[in-house]
Design a protein around this ligand. Structure first.
Ligand code: ADP
Ligand code: MG
Ligand code: MG
Length: 886
């Protein structure tokens, strides 16, 4: 018999923390907390397998009903009241919980088990009518919304109208009788909207809610979130049914959320927010401004609301105790949810807290220094991709800034953009290439696409744990939250901070690290790799086996990469050196010439410029290896297009404009990416490669002479498909190199190799390796040629492939392991057969992608090469890959 239901509570738990796949993160951690003797209200978890079963069969497993009945019975025994008992009813929450947390993505129903009869029992037992009827109306609203699909705002509107009629401002002003009246209205709304009365049978309520939570796994919000975070649909969600505790029974009650350390900075400060006399999601919804947990954070944020430390000192101490227990057990920063019922603390959730990259680094490094975890664990704690946040510019401290207001520093980084007020508009404008800042009173899961499209997010309500703050931190978007001074008027498309009015389309800058909001665009400065970041990188370097190089051709890129720890250049493209305005005429002269002699003359003018380029790079790289790829792009790309360019060429060559046009037309290609390019240029126009090789070796000799620096160039021949292509071009290279070295009386150690970027090259790698000291996998072109998909045209259909689930990931972002990865593996094996010590690297975009780096580790490449700003990401990903490989 399959166990579909797992109980948890003070009497012990069936589940454990490491059963998240089966119980979901929430269920597994509720079980674990109960086992640690933390105060967890009893309940049970219906497994993710039931969700999968239900999707597959359209029905629940036969024995589920029985197992749920038994689990419910033991909850009843534990708390001493019965579900549906009109005298003393047990109420439960029905909560979703997937294997990985999807904040706010799925639905929860609270206070389930209330009906016209049990509400009276609850009122008598609690001796608080107001509380009982308030709970009932909340239940009707949540159940109506989540289970029956009645729009949330219908209830909100009814409430607002009622309050207006009575002249009330706050919900707390409503009496028991007021709620009673509203409940009748709520029930009428349900009846009108669904055609059925609000269900009074508590078991029907329970099963319908369970069904709705399972169903929410497939709602649009959840689907979008899964797509953005690469969460497989098959996983399913679990459902947790848990005895209710009440934070809304009076002023000695509260509900709150907290992080065991500051999720923004990583400081070892208890960080949280709570609302007295409130229930459930009131805190995250941003309806009332929550109060700080500690005096420390009250002072820091200059809040005038009293802290829990001050108003509920005993509960606060209990909570501090829980904090210490959780950290020493989980050995990681936790994000917790709790409720206080009449002075007693209950724990409702814990999970590893989401944090900014800065906080992740600080927490990992601090925990190593405190002896809680080791360096290897620390290295695994930081998501490589998140480092991107720290590699982005921050505000120039010397820049002038016109600060118009401030809010909470909810997610660090600085961003400038134009103001938009809706998620849809953010998306539309971003698609046009505009940088936007999404400004909202608060955000909700419906805004995700707009938050994703925006450079930064600004909200005027809600705290550090509001939806906007949590989601922005997860996405690495700068966010300033709860800027209470600002009033947004969506209708008129304006936003007002005291006496300053801004319109949609005006430019602002937000600093999510300080909370400042500024008018206009404020200049930024480049990031530094120092402090905790440098410490963790040092640990990663000790662990990793893959070397990390960079793709760079300009001195600026090379310098940045070296600063970020690059151990050489893995790809220096030489074509950009041909495109600069002072060179392009010579280049065009060369390709339009109709003889080798005619080509030599302009090449001689280019030679000294190329030599200087290389010399500059060699100086910056100070003896580190530099892989230079000889000219690769189609000749087609260099042709003159405009009439003015034709005229310019006519003047330079002494030909007529018509002759120039005729020659250019001869060189035009239908399919240039598969045309006259790569080593084919070297085979047909050997003078070009000769000039480049000469420039490289003259530069190497020159730098060696002036600086005593050893330079080890690695000459890379692109787009080889046939071993004889490489044989011929290697001979050319060796010959020119020998000439230059002889002339300078110096030996330069160098390698000659090829870029492997065609399937035929992979298949014949054993032959190609006879002439290659190294292979560098050019996986952009290899992906293009393996799939037969043009990289430049894929945008019109690949997204649709992803949506339809035909492919899981864009193969140009993460290397496709089954096709392209297999080709790389095969080429590596065949290359090593011929030349066991052949040097292997990767220089496609994939060299900076953590999942692809893992594949490179598995194949046993020597290095990855990526763009300068991804070098730290690659260093960390390489260390994690080495640890994973064991
Ligand atoms: P989410 O996954 O969106 O955080 P939860 O299932 O955690 O949703 O529920 C949201 C909130 O509802 C919780 O933080 C808690 O405040 C409240 N809640 C859930 N279950 C209970 C319960 N058994 N008793 C009291 N409050 C509850
Ligand atoms: Mg929760
Ligand atoms: Mg290529």
């Amino acid at each position: 018999m399959t166990k579909w239901v797992y109980s948890f509570g003070p009497n012990g738990s069936d589940g454990r923390e490491d059963m998240r796949q089966l119980l979901g993160g929430k269920g597994a951690n509720l079980a674990e907390m109960a086992s640690l003797h933390l105060p967890v209200p009893p309940g049970f978890t219906i497994t993710t397998e039931v969700c999968a079963y239900q999707i597959k069969h359209g029905a629940y497993p036969d024995d589920l009903m029985q197992q749920v009945r038994e689990a419910l019975k033991s909850v009843e025994n534990e708390v001493g009241h019965s579900f549906g008992d009109p005298e003393n009813p047990l109420l439960v929450s029905v909560r979703s919980g997937a294997p990985v947390s999807m904040p706010g993505m799925m639905d929860t129903v609270l206070n389930l088990g209330l009906n016209d009869e049990t509400v009276a029992g609850l009122a008598r037992k609690s001796e608080d009518e107001r509380f009982a009827f308030d709970s009932y109306r909340r239940f009707i609203q949540m159940f109506g919304d989540v289970v029956l699909g009645v729009e949330h705002h219908r209830f909100e509107d009814a409430l607002e109208q009622y309050k207006d009629g009575k002249g009330y401002i706050l919900d707390t002003e409503l009496t028991a009788d007021d709620w009673r009246e509203l409940i009748e209205e709520y029930k009428a709304i349900v009846k009108a909207d669904t055609g059925n009365p609000f269900p009074q049978d508590v078991h029907e309520q329970l099963w319908d809610s369970v069904g709705a939570v399972f169903g929410s796994w497939m709602n649009q919000r959840a689907k979008t979130y899964r797509r953005l975070h690469n969460i497989p649909e098959e996983w399913g969600t679990a459902v947790n049914v848990q005895a209710m505790v009440f934070g809304n029974m009076g002023e000695d009650c509260a509900t709150g959320v907290a992080f065991t350390r500051d999720p923004s900075t990583g400081d070892n400060d208890f960080y949280g927010e709570f609302l007295p006399n409130a229930q459930g999601e009131d805190v995250v919804a941003g309806i009332r401004t929550p109060q700080p947990l500690t005096e420390h954070s009250r002072e820091k944020n200059e809040s005038d609301l009293p802290s829990m430390e001050q108003t509920m000192p005993e509960v606060y101490l209990q909570l501090c105790d829980v904090r210490a227990k959780l950290e020493s057990h989980y050995l990681d920063m936790q994000d917790i949810e709790f409720t206080v019922q009449r002075g007693t603390l209950y724990m409702l959730q814990t999970r590893n807290g989401k944090r900014t990259a800065k906080a992740a680094l600080k927490i990992a490094v601090d925990m190593v220094h405190d002896g809680l975890i080791g360096q290897e664990q620390a290295v695994q704690r930081v998501t490589p991709g998140s480092l991107d946040q720290l590699l982005h510019p921050t505000l120039d401290p010397d820049a002038e800034k016109d600060v118009i207001s401030r809010g909470l520093p909810a997610s660090p980084g600085a961003a400038s953009g134009t103001i938009v007020f809706t998620a849809d508009e953010a998306e539309q404008r971003a698609e046009q290439g505009e940088k936007v800042i999404l400004c909202r009173a608060e955000t909700s899961p419906e805004d995700i696409h707009g938050m994703h499209a925006a450079e930064g997010i600004l909200t005027t309500r809600g705290g550090m744990t509001s939806h906007a703050a949590v989601v922005a931190r997860g996405m690495g978007r700068p966010c300033v939250a709860g800027a209470g001074e600002i009033r947004i008027d969506t209708k008129s498309g304006t936003m007002r901070a005291r006496d300053i009015e801004l319109k949609a389309g005006d430019t602002i800058t937000i600093d999510g690290g300080s909370g400042e909001i500024m008018r206009g665009r404020v200049p930024t400065v480049e990031p530094e790799l120092s402090g905790d970041f440098a410490t963790l990188m040092g640990w990663a370097d000790k662990i990793r086996q893959l070397a990390v190089r960079t793709n760079a051709e300009t001195p600026n890129d090379a310098r940045t990469a070296v600063k970020f720890g690059a151990e050489g250049i893995g790809l220096c493209r030489t074509e950009h050196m041909f495109f600069e305005s002072d060179r392009i005429v010579a280049v065009r002269e060369m390709i339009l010439a109709d003889s080798a002699e005619g080509r030599r003359k302009p090449l001689e003018r280019i030679l000294p410029m190329q030599r200087d380029d290389f010399a500059q790079l060699f100086r910056i790289m100070r003896g580190l290896p530099v892989t230079i790829r000889l000219l690769d792009p189609p000749l087609h790309e260099f042709l003159p297009h405009e009439d003015s360019e034709m005229a310019e060429m006519a003047e330079a060559t002494g030909l007529t404009v018509d002759e120039v046009r005729a020659r250019a037309n001869r060189l035009r290609e239908t399919n240039p990416m598969l045309g006259h390019r790569g080593c084919r240029l070297g085979v047909t126009y050997p003078e070009i490669y000769e000039m480049q090789v000469r420039a490289i070796f003259e530069a190497a000799c020159q730098v060696a002479e002036e600086a005593g620096e050893t330079v080890e160039p690695e000459i890379m021949i692109p787009l080889v498909a046939i071993d004889r292509e490489l044989k011929q071009l290697r001979e050319l290279t060796d010959r020119v190199a020998a000439e230059v070295m002889e002339k300078h009386g110096r030996t330069v150690n160098y390698l000659v190799g090829t870029m492997i970027e065609l399937p035929r090259a992979c298949m014949t790698a054993n032959h190609i390796a006879q002439h290659a000291d190294f292979f560098s996998f050019g996986t952009n072109d290899l992906t293009q040629t393996a799939y037969g998909i043009s990289r430049d045209d894929s945008a019109s259909f690949l997204p649709s492939y992803e949506h339809q689930g035909i492919i899981e990931r864009d193969p140009f972002i993460t290397m496709d392991p089954d096709g392209v990865g297999a080709l790389v593996q095969l080429a590596a094996e065949r290359g090593r057969q011929t030349r066991p010590d052949i040097k292997l690297g990767i220089c496609g975009e994939h060299g900076g992608d953590p999942d692809s780096i893992r594949q490179c580790q598995e194949v046993g490449l020597n290095y990855v090469s990526c763009s300068p700003f991804r070098v730290p990401i690659a260093r960390l990903a390489a260390a994690q890959a080495a640890l994973k490989a064991g």
